[in-house]
Design a protein around this ligand. Structure first.
Ligand code: G3I
Length: 377
């Protein structure tokens, strides 16, 4: 009996549902996203080289295995509006065009973020902080120009990124300092006005920390009480072999979805390398300086560590499948291990193994286990 699979392809705001018969398993080429076509999008971040056309090999992997994309860096304000009124849309345009040509779900990342925001955003010609009114106007101009350009083409936006500290308080950013707490509400309001069809998200890391979870819940409740359209909460999912616990991660999925919004896993990767924070042997000043002992797998990943990675990655996907009605997308922060930001953070020049495809763009063993999990009815 052929397996009928429901595939939902979002074309702008419209959803097109088609049914396709799957070939007998033996003949089927591996298409990772297809195993989850009836559950959630499977996405990846695209870096500059990929978007510019300089990495055709990993882009072939993107076409075969993913149905959602997000720009790793090219839409950040330091890149898209490096100077006031000067916009660089070359890479963002290519990014959106690739997504449209391949019928992918397109997420914009990110509009308002304390990091990677050019300094001019916050100061006047004398380098003094601008007024609240000027700051609001600059935020509005940025959001209206960027979101407006891709109206009806970018399906979802990470409107605000990383505005809550691990203790649950609001991050003391220049946006908060100059505008006040209502910068959050204004950011979502401007994005909604610029494209009423787009879905709007809040995105953050370390979201399994109880205090942060509570802080984000309170922030989103306040936004909802103010009548703000917020459609989803992005849990970045930058995890390690030991932390966070699946139990705490699950509590956050439940807490966020209980707010009546979608949960997105927006930047999943799993480092296998020792943490400089936990390896306090070094002088704190040198804790993040490259040391061979902090880069133990240059010759390859030992089988026992690979097995630990595979087991934990499968554990996360079992959790995502359990909450498939609450989760709209699972995105990896890159295609292959060589592209991972974790090779250079928190220590530059290491060799990490954080993603599902290896340095030769080959799927790791766990991909087949995850596909089998997703294919179960
Ligand atoms: O492109 C320039 C290159 O020309 C120059 O030679 C080089 C010098 O260091 O810098 C290159 O730009 C770097 C860029 O990544 C591209 O590699 C920037 O310095 C570097 O800051 C930037 O890091 C990015 C980081 O965000 C800060 O924007 C990482 O790639 C990216 O993976 C990371 O992603 C963030 C998410 O946006 C938000 N969540 C956390 C996540 C990890 O920090």
């Amino acid at each position: 009996m052929e397996i009928l699979k429901k595939k939902i392809i979002r074309l702008g705001a419209m959803s097109l549902v088609i049914f396709s018969c799957s070939a007998p398993k033996a003949e089927q080429a591996l298409h990772f996203h297809e195993a989850f076509a009836d559950k959630f999008f499977i996405g990846t971040a695209l870096n500059t080289a990929q978007i510019a056309g300089g990495d055709t090999v990993s882009m072939a992997v993107v076409r075969q295995h993913f149905n959602a994309i997000v720009p790793e860096n090219c839409m950040k304000s330091e890149n898209i509006q490096p100077h006031e009124g000067v916009f660089d849309f070359e890479l963002p345009d290519k990014f959106v065009a690739f997504g449209e040509a391949n019928n992918m779900h397109i997420n914009g990342h990110t509009l308002i973020w304390h990091s990677q925001t050019p300094r001019w955003f916050f100061v006047d010609s004398l380098k003094n902080d601008v007024s609240r009114e000027v700051m609001i106007q600059r935020m509005r101009d940025h959001i209206f120009t960027v979101v407006g350009r891709y109206k009806g083409r970018v399906h979802t936006w990470d409107v605000v990124n990383e505005a809550v500290m691990d203790d649950g308080t609001l991050r003391p950013s220049k946006f908060l300092e100059i505008i006040g707490e209502d910068y959050l509400q204004l950011a979502f309001q401007f994005a909604n006005e610029a494209d009423p069809e787009a879905k709007l998200y809040y995105n953050d890391y370390s979201m399994a920390i109880p205090a942060k979870r509570e802080g984000v819940v309170n922030m989103v409740k306040n936004l909802q009480a103010a009548g703000v359209q917020i459609d989803g909460i992005g849990m970045q999912g930058h995890v390690g072999l030991e932390s966070p616990s699946l139990e705490e991660f699950e509590k956050s999925i439940v807490a966020f979805s209980d707010l009546g919004v979608k949960v997105l896993i927006t930047e999943w990767d799993m480092t296998v390398l020792p943490s400089p924070w936990e390896n306090t042997g070094a002088d704190i000043a040198n804790r993040f300086v490259y040391r061979p002992e902090m880069d133990p797998y240059r010759a390859g990943l030992p089988a026992d560590v690979a097995a630990q990675f595979n087991e934990r990655a499968l554990g996360f996907f079992k959790l995502f499948v359990k909450y498939q009605d609450q989760i709209d997308r699972v995105t990896f922060w890159g295609v292959n291990d060589a592209q991972s930001w974790k090779n250079d953070w928190p220590i530059k020049g290491r060799m990490d193994y954080t993603l599902l495809f290896d340095r030769n763009n080959q799927p790791k063993d766990v991909v087949y286990e995850i596909v089998a999990l997703g294919s179960k009815k």
